[in-house]
Design a protein around this ligand. Structure first.
Ligand SMILES: Nc1ncnc2c1ncn2[C@@H]1O[C@H](COP(=O)(O)OP(=O)(O)O)[C@@H](O)[C@H]1O
Ligand SMILES: [Mg+2]
Length: 496
């Protein structure tokens, strides 16, 4: 998607030139901030721009450098500053993603404020180098289907002869299908609307007739990740493969995730019952369904609707601090520091205890967390996207086997457990609390030092779990920019 296309579309919509210009400048500042932050985080290089340094090695560029008003002028400035560095050597890749990111942030911000969708996180996030990056989908595809689409979207379904269902909860395709889609009859696999056009594999399967588009359809609304969709008739969520790069990663669904998702969720739920933890719950993956041979392009991981407790409200964390900023209304009713103390406790206790005591490392960044509120105060979190959990073979190999058969090569492909810990800490602090602290200081005038003292206090309260090592990774950095520019996939960290 190109900026010129977005501008043409905006003109066609009657959006005034002044608004487009303001949006463009804001997008440019935002993307600059994220790129400068990523370079600083992973290499220590701080480009000469006015910036505020924030906790957890975050930063905000506060104004664009003199003379930078457009993407080409930003690129020229970056090219000069990055000469001779590893980023300078990969400049074509950097330029490509910056151009794409700015176009998508402009589009998101023009669509966002009016979006009435479920998780309209439109500003572009604070923790990836290229906010809102979408490499693959066209402007038309995004307008027809994204987390900012105003009307429900039709989810295509395909009939597949050779499809596999993995589930402990559903004994038959019919029962499974009825539960998630509300439809009777034979096994159907949902396909993300973008995927029909983007995936050469799906296109070929349709062309040769080995899978067929069903006349049945269900309506859905895409959630913040865009590839997970809420089914309106049933409240179920389906996570789908998309042959595109969103934010920073290629979003197919890998065989190991499809095969293991229900088992990993069952493990998490079993351990949770044993742990007796009250601040944590899960939105489990209860089934996966996929094409036996081409599942990574054609399959789904399925989750049931969340169940709030009596008197509880469950809000996606992403809606509290981005998009509709629901946190603002809450904080009119309760004191900021009291709220944040409860928030830290609810967010940190479960993931920390699971890492140190139970052998599972989660990824509690903003988009994976729902917050349970009682009387406007956080009491627990509910985690989603468990399929990517990193688990400790030493502690859970036996238990996992007792629950079912993990996929072939599960342990060979599992990243080292300490990387799970680093990733968990980075998601929880940099990718979550960092954002909350930033909002609380910007919108509510909270003192950053006092909020950081609350984070420290929470670590101290959790010390019974042996948190020393985790705490020491507070400023460990996942090298998302370097990885993306090299088109690599492995999980890597640098210590800072
Ligand atoms: N703060 C945020 N604002 C907007 N979008 C976000 C934010 N955090 C995450 N996302 C979106 O959610 C997706 C990240 O999800 P991730 O948990 O890595 O994968 P998935 O949920 O698709 O398995 C990304 O594509 C990203 O664009
Ligand atoms: Mg997610």
């Amino acid at each position: 998607m190109k900026l010129a296309e977005v501008r043409r579309w905006a003109r066609g919509q009657g959006i005034g030139a002044a608004r487009v210009r303001r949006t463009y400048e804001a997008a440019l500042l935002h993307v600059t901030s994220r790129v400068v932050q990523a370079i600083y985080r992973e290499s220590g290089l701080l480009l000469p721009m006015p910036a505020r340094l924030l906790p957890f090695r975050r930063l905000e560029v506060t104004a664009l450098p003199a003379g930078v008003r457009t993407v080409p002028s930003l690129l020229a400035t970056l090219r000069r500053s990055l000469k001779g560095t590893e980023y300078g050597r990969r400049f074509p890749a950097l330029r490509h993603d910056i151009e794409n990111s700015v176009a998508n942030v402009v589009l998101n911000r023009l669509l966002g404020p009016k979006a009435r969708s479920l998780e309209p996180a439109y500003q572009g996030h604070q923790y990836w180098p290229f906010p809102a990056l979408r490499v693959g989908p066209s402007l038309e595809q995004v307008l027809a289907c994204s987390h900012l689409t105003r009307k429900p979207v039709v989810l295509p379904l395909v009939e597949v002869d050779d499809c596999r269902l993995i589930s402990a909860r559903f004994g038959s395709h019919t029962a499974f299908q009825r539960a998630w889609s509300g439809l009777k009859g034979e096994a159907l696999i949902p396909v993300h609307p973008w995927q029909l056009e983007l995936s050469p594999v799906v296109r070929e399967l349709l062309k040769t007739g080995s899978v067929r588009l069903s006349s049945h359809k269900v309506e859905m609304i895409p959630l913040a990740s865009q590839r997970t969709c809420r089914i309106l008739a049933t409240g179920y969520d389906v996570k789908l493969p998309v042959d595109a790069t969103l934010t920073g990663e290629h979003r197919l669904l890998y065989r190991l995730n499809l095969e293991n998702a229900p088992l990993v969720s069952a493990l998490a739920e079993e351990l949770l019952r044993e742990s007796g933890l009250r601040t944590l719950a899960f939105q489990p993956d209860v089934a996966s369904v996929f094409h036996r041979q081409f599942g990574s392009h054609l399959g789904a991981i399925v989750r049931p609707p969340l169940k709030p407790r009596a008197g509880e409200r469950l809000v996606p964390a992403i809606n509290l601090w981005t998009g509709p900023h629901e946190g603002r209304a809450l904080l009119r009713r309760v004191p900021v520091e009291k709220f944040f103390t409860r928030y830290c406790r609810a967010l940190m206790e479960g993931p920390v205890a699971f890492y140190t005591e139970w052998g599972m490392a989660f990824e509690p960044h903003l988009q994976n967390v729902y917050v349970g509120l009682r009387d406007s105060l956080p009491t627990r979190i509910m985690l989603r996207d468990l399929d990517n959990s990193i688990i400790d073979p030493r502690r859970v190999r036996g238990r996992l086997r007792a629950l079912g058969n993990p996929a072939k090569d599960t342990w060979r492909h599992m990243p080292p457990y300490p990387d799970g810990g680093r990733r968990m800490v980075q998601a929880m602090l940099y990718g979550h609390l960092g954002e909350v602290i930033w909002r609380l200081s910007e919108d509510h005038g909270a003192d950053t030092g006092r909020l950081m003292a609350i984070v420290d206090h929470t670590w101290n309260e959790l010390r019974a779990f042996g948190v020393q090592q985790l705490r020491g990774w507070s400023n460990s950095v996942k090298t998302t920019l370097r990885t993306r520019l090299r088109r690599a996939t492995a999980l890597r960290f640098v210590e800072r």
